[in-house]
Design a protein around this ligand. Structure first.
Ligand SMILES: *Cc1c(COP(=O)(O)O)cnc(C)c1O
Ligand SMILES: [Zn+2]
Length: 410
């Protein structure tokens, strides 16, 4: 026991006890969970993994929970599949899709972070779960809180997709639609968090919540037999996921599961919400906030909480950051559907389109291996493709009618 040592500031290194807090009082840096890896190794072994169920808790020694988790027993271990048709189309030797579009229960990678955040919130004694969300987080908080019998208050920006609104209301969450952008919602929630005894998964519980994203990286490593790919293309909203996949790889290296890490972490954004990509391209270490305007609403964050850390991860790994237009995002969505039979949301369109761009630029070579992170499901963002797909053919229920259109089709 005592595997989890506490929290530590990622800027100045000051230590904090395990508590619902997320910002360093001295330098306003983000706090990160620290583990004693010499103790993790006692029970976290290849042999032990063989006998554990296939969900995020198989990595429990590397997750920030001290008691038994309260939810998430079906979250994670989503497919990592070889994308042979996409390989041929893009001219890349090995492409794998890590497909969180089919994660349980709400079809996005957010189920990972929320399962960890709610389990930690219950340890801290909270009985109301809350969040500021770009959509998928709202769905996940509402569903997993409901499954634990907890109340949820969910705050969303004004212009969210219908599927994400309904996909929150259905679980009985209190849904509050704020007349503003995600950044306005987030600012408001930070104020509410100071006045209400609620667990805001991505504010006061953020260090614990963010650790859940590591499971995306643990799974990629395990599913590839601990031989990591040369490249990973990851969507960036707040910038947390990309930093935590990197942290996951480093932990597996510390524990002796992986020898050398030669993976380049590439961060992907939409042109209309690209504060991390522009900082990267301009060689800056800090983020200049932007006003988001893109169809990729799950990534539409103008002032990303972990933007500076995402930049660090990208540079440390030797990766790049790239953005794509809304039209390229739509092409990415269609390409993944038509080549691989996977319907992803706009964030997945972003990573597919950025992968293609990096191949064209020569950043990804034809003999390389790439994992593309697909983090959400296309059924939730139908409005972006609806006017783009044509209509079904309508016929009377008789053979003649069918033959008529069959002949014109061929
Ligand atoms: C939230 C979200 C992201 C971005 O994750 P961050 O950790 O905020 O960078 C990516 N894809 C989808 C589908 C999301 O919902
Ligand atoms: Zn600090």
């Amino acid at each position: 026991m005592y595997i989890i040592q506490g929290l530590q500031c990622r800027n100045c290194g000051r230590s904090y006890t395990l508590s619902p807090t997320h910002i360093c009082e001295f330098c306003f840096g983000g706090l990160d969970v620290v583990y004693d890896y010499s103790k993790v190794g006692h029970t976290f072994t290849l042999k032990a993994l063989e006998n554990r169920p296939y969900n995020i808790w198989r990595y429990k020694e590397l997750l920030p929970i001290e008691k038994e988790p309260v939810c998430g027993f079906n979250v994670g271990f989503t497919p990592l599949l070889r994308a042979r048709r996409l390989e041929r189309l893009l001219g890349i030797k090995e492409i794998y899709i890590k497909n969180d579009a089919v994660n349980h229960p709400t079809l996005s990678f957010k189920d990972r972070v929320v399962a960890v955040a709610i389990s930690k919130a219950v340890e801290f004694g909270y009985d109301v779960i809350s969040c500021a969300s770009t959509g998928n987080l709202a769905n996940s908080v509402a569903a997993l809180a409901a499954s634990c019998g907890l109340k949820s208050y969910v705050f969303i920006p004004w212009d969210l997709e219908a599927g994400k609104v309904l996909g929150t209301l259905i679980y009985g969450a209190h849904l509050i639609r704020v007349k503003g952008t995600y950044d306005d919602v987030n600012r408001l929630c930070s104020e509410i968090a100071e006045n209400f005894e609620w667990a805001f998964v991505n504010i006061n519980i953020r260090p614990f919540y963010a650790e859940g994203s590591k499971t995306f990286g643990f799974e990629i490593a395990e599913q590839m037999n601990f031989k990591l790919p040369k490249h990973i293309v990851v969507p960036m909203g707040g910038g947390s996921l990309i930093t935590k996949i990197w942290k996951a790889f480093k932990e597996l290296q510390t524990l002796g599961f992986i020898d050398a890490i030669e993976t380049k972490m590439h961060g992907a954004q939409a042109e209309g919400a690209n504060p991390i990509v522009s900082a990267y391209k301009q060689g800056r270490k800090t983020i200049k906030p932007v006003k988001p305007n893109t169809i990729a609403k799950s990534l539409a964050i103008g002032n990303p909480a972990d933007g500076a850390y995402a930049l660090q991860t990208i540079r440390e790994s030797g990766g790049t950051a790239e953005d794509v237009t809304d039209d390229e995002i739509l092409e990415g969505i269609k390409m993944l559907a038509r080549e691989e039979g996977i319907f992803t949301e706009t964030a997945g369109g972003v990573t597919v389109a950025v992968t293609r761009k990096l191949k064209e630029q020569g950043v990804i070579g034809e003999d390389d291996s790439v994992v593309i992170a697909i983090t959400g499901n296309g059924l939730k963002t139908q409005e972006v493709v609806r006017n783009n797909m044509g209509e079904p053919t309508v016929i009377e229920p008789n053979l003649k009618d069918f033959e008529k259109i069959y002949c014109t089709v061929i």
